[in-house]
Design a protein around this ligand. Structure first.
Ligand code: ADP
Ligand code: PRP
Ligand code: MG
Length: 213
């Protein structure tokens, strides 16, 4: 039987380097050095498998709409997207961090409506609604830590790993929202139509994750 085409969406940026060895464990390797190229689509050592390398936040969208069959993205990005049409078979246990609420060190509780700066608008809305807190959300695209300093917001919702970025800017973590790591995701159409091709890849990557522990 002829093998079907398979497209895998990879997040460029900080998780790409840790992603490639896991794919290599499933014997899928880019045909050239991704880090040295301006290309967006890469051939692999398989005629029928391609990588697309895109912004982390665009991975779920590509997979949801079938622009890619499967992808790798942070749980933060998947939570923010909502996960519609995505099946999440494997925790890759890379890029571990936490989603936290943070604010200026020692800042007192806010009376009345809090203003929250974040790029995770949906996650923040859901989290504060669950807490029964009335908030206004200001959407930013990066450097959230700056917002409380400049009086733009009372709190931020952002990724925290070492806590260095918070500390360096006079902020502290306040409330825990979720543990984050990167996940393998498969789109619904691919799950149905390409299952026999995808399952061995999941199995081999899964073995590599266990070995890395
Ligand atoms: P972006 O440009 O969208 O911020 P990144 O490449 O910085 O993308 O981050 C990709 C993913 O890596 C995030 O979605 C998150 O899951 C994880 N991540 C982000 N920051 C950190 C960090 N400081 N430490 C560990 N993992 C992180
Ligand atoms: C991420 C995140 C925090 C920082 C947390 O930023 O948004 O700012 O890492 O890590 P730490 O607790 O170890 O300091 P990133 O470097 O990805 O910059 P970005 O704003 O471009 O996403
Ligand atoms: Mg980042």
């Amino acid at each position: 039987m002829k093998k079907q085409q398979l497209t895998i969406a990879l997040s460029k940026g900080r998780i790409l380097e840790e992603t490639l060895p896991l794919l290599e464990a499933a014997n899928i390797m880019p045909a050239e050095n991704i880090f040295k190229s301006r290309k967006l689509i890469f051939d692999t050592n398989h005629d029928n498998i391609k990588f697309v390398v895109i912004r982390a936040t665009d991975v779920p969208t590509y997979v949801e709409y079938g622009g890619a069959d499967m992808g790798i993205a942070g749980k933060d990005v998947l939570m923010e997207h909502g996960g519609k049409g995505l099946y999440e078979p494997l925790d890759l246990e890379i890029a571990k961090c936490k989603l936290m609420v943070a604010g200026l060190t020692g800042a007192p509780p806010v009376e009345g409506r809090m203003r929250i700066a974040t790029k995770f608008v949906n996650i923040a809305k859901q989290y504060f609604a669950q807490q029964g807190c009335q908030v206004d959300i200001v959407k930013l695209y990066g450097a959230m830590e700056l917002a409380p300093i400049m009086g733009l917001a009372d709190r931020i919702v952002d990724i925290v790993d070492t806590g260095n970025t918070l500390r360096a800017n006079g902020l502290e973590p306040m409330d825990f929202i979720a543990n984050i790591s990167s996940r393998l995701v498969v789109g619904q159409p691919a799950l149905k139509m390409k299952h026999r091709q995808i399952q061995p890849i999941i199995d081999m990557m899964s073995e590599a994750v266990v070995k890395r522990r």
